[in-house]
Design a protein around this ligand. Sequence first.
Ligand code: NDP
Ligand code: GDR
Length: 379
Amino acid sequence: MSSAKKVALVTGITGQDGSYLAELLLEKGYEVHGVKRRASSFNTKRIDHLYQDLHEGHINFRLHYGDLTDSMNIIRIIQEVQPDEIYNLGAMSHVKVSFDSPEYVANVDGIGTLRILEAVRILGLEKKTRIYQASTSELYGGLPENKNEKGFYDENSPFYPRSPYGVAKIYGFWITKNYREAYNMFACNGVLFNHESPRRGETFVTRKITMATAAIALGKQDCLYLGNLNAQRDWGHAKDYVEAMWRILQQDKPEDYVLAMGVTTYVRDFVRLSFAEVGIELTFEGTEENEIAKVAKCNNPAYQLEIGKVVVRVDPKYYRPTEVDLLIGDPTKSKTKLGWEPKYDLQGLVQEMVAADIDLVKREKLLKESGYLVTNQFD
Ligand code: NDP
Ligand code: GDR
């Protein structure tokens, strides 16, 4: 590997954000190193297109086996890579699952952040290595009284996390800030509101909805079961957000930034927008725990859905023990100081996600019909 290039180390490179960030950094001429976990089956499908064969000479993309729960491994990777920038994106990132695995999430998302910071210090790289910490709007907990006078959460809003995930991430936030202040390290938190894409994990609500929209329209799924349709989220596109992560580490001074679109939308309306992409209009009826959505109109002759067919039902098993009801962020600081301008709006995001999932379902259908795929997730 050449030494003149800037070197970045990305934890969580196999995830949604890690994959877009790796692409961005490679485009910018970085040498990119990623930490991947050993799993019993391949977990690199989002970054397989970036793979370069070590045997073919100089490469600028390399993966290292590792885990944020393993200090020795983190120290060794950082020592070997000597990164100019570390993007700590690795996390158990599912809020609902964090209630099932609270100790694990504390270890990975909380102490994992400390392991990165302390490794940099142990190795004497405090002056060389800049650190980005993937912090989250889940820290705010959605308490209405904590919004600013304009009705948004910003860099000065108080925190009140509502899940083991949020509590673990608040440790990550404060330990990053503490290492910055105590040891003069260039360590920054990006407090990011929800961001999505066709690469979003399949159990997060937006992707669950766009996949089901495609599968229902193409006759591969009957009904979509969801939890709280009254939750409101500030959704952006992951591609826009990774651009801002990079900008945060290019500033003269290390600071924390909120990244958001400044618009909030009900989960129910995301469902509406998603089905509208395939020409299906829905009507919602029933009370909170029994709510359903029916087909009101089907404007696309390619999809033969009966009027009145129930395509969405609420299943309270998807409710969380404590919920974050409403999130909306104020991106003023990021826009003014970082010069950040997102390129996607919600409509563009939904369009891209639904189109990608229609393609995916069609491909799987074709493979199945030709006998190349024996089972799939839509069975
Ligand atoms: P994903 O869930 O898509 O990716 C998480 C990544 O972390 C994966 O690469 C995963 O590896 C890796 N990982 C999980 N556990 C460990 C571990 N023990 N050691 C090392 N790596 C691990 O998340 P996103 O890409 O959506 O999010 C990136 C980061 O940003 C996360 O920290 C998330 O909490 C945070 N965040 C995300 C927001 C969003 O809306 N997407 C908003 C605010 C913050 P594997 O592929 O093997 O599972
Ligand atoms: P969130 O995202 O919890 O905001 O965390 P998620 O998409 O899981 O939930 C958003 C909202 O939708 C409601 N909801 C459902 N959620 C899921 N997953 N499945 C359902 O069936 C369902 N039905 C309704 C939820 O209750 C919630 O209110 C994401 C993650 O990426 C975190 O890592 C990140 O920190 C935050 O965004 C910002």
